[in-house]
Ligand binder design. Sequence first.
Ligand code: HEC
Ligand code: HEC
Length: 349
Amino acid sequence: MKPKYTTILFLLALFLIASTHACKKKPDNPIVPPTDTLYTLTPDTLIYPPHFPAPELPADNMPAKERYQLGRMLYYDTILSNDGRACAGCHIQNYGFSAPALYKNVMPVLPHENLAWYKNFMWDGSKTGTLEDLMLFEVTDFFGTDLSKINASTKYKPLFKKYFRVDNITRKEIAYALAQYVRKIITRQSKYDLYMQGLVSLTPDEYYGYRIFFTETGDCFHCHSNPVMSDNQMHNTGLDSLYTKDADKGYFNVTGNTNDLGKFRTANLRNVAQRNYYMHDGRFTTLQQVIDFYDHGMHKVNNLDPIMALPFKTDGLHLTDLQKTQLIAFLKTLTDTTFVTDPTLSNPN
Ligand code: HEC
Ligand code: HEC
């Protein structure tokens, strides 16, 4: 059958349209000039396990690959401090962004994993807000970052110009870049996370430990709750009966309310077996000591958290040695070995 004349004409027309479209460069859109700050930025996605809720993201600092990379460079650079320190000097990736030793005159270095899901920061909950707020504190109060140094840097100056559109770098842009990096420090491949997704099974010991943790036998889950293993709230767990050191007063130092004496933010238990100083003052050095504390070491202070004071816990949990071993086996499933060696989080400089 011969194709109709009109059909041939139509196909010719289509071909013409298609070829002119392909050859001609599309003109820049004259209506929307490229002035928005996201112009040079590539949108990035946070990768987190399916059992995590979507994290809240700040509209003015949405994940962007270039800002993340800039934050990562700064995190490992000593340029932010005035005494040769970098963030990564204390927060070491191999230890879940914590440190293997206690530093003089500072509390144990807090690890940071999964902080995208946190609102309260520091051992005593003294900082609240977004990661951008927290990073602004870090560069302003903790490091006292000297802006003239970074503004004179031929390495950083053009990057801030490109990704933040500023000629004069302020602490705000530095904080925003750092927040992008810290937000992406997410552990998602621990055995526990894989177990939650039905991808692996636990050994019998790990499984019984998991049961102890998530039932009233150990009753850990009321505070160390899923998915980040912290409810992000302040609790007095009965660590002390007298608060001799200021640092032991915890949340009281923030509110001045005596009812907040000895309260601390529920610690993050991810990669907990990777560390070796526990609690706000690093008083315990093994997980066995921590478990022994929950087992029979707590003090019945009058603002003891109601969860710690449930009737069946007269002065602790009174677990058997086997149950303690199982609980520790479970805590070790929170270790994410791919995360502590993840090359996308390591020193880029
Ligand atoms: C001298 C060691 C040291 C350096 C350097 C350091 N930190 Fe920290 N960091 C700590 C300690 C100690 C804490 C816990 C302080 C507290 O709770 O009062 C902490 C807490 C944090 C937290 C809070 C984590 C949480 O779970 O609430 C974040 C985030 C953080 N640091 C990021 C940074 C960044 C970013 C830098 C660089 C700008 C930095 N740190 C530099 C020691 C350090
Ligand atoms: C009432 C709330 C609560 C309960 C219940 C609870 N914890 Fe905690 N946990 C905390 C708080 C708060 C901290 C931090 C204390 C501090 O900073 O001194 C903490 C700290 C820890 C730490 C130290 C982490 C670190 O990095 O220093 C471990 C380990 C731990 N808890 C495990 C457990 C286990 C296991 C159970 C169950 C047997 C349990 N917790 C029950 C609130 C609780």
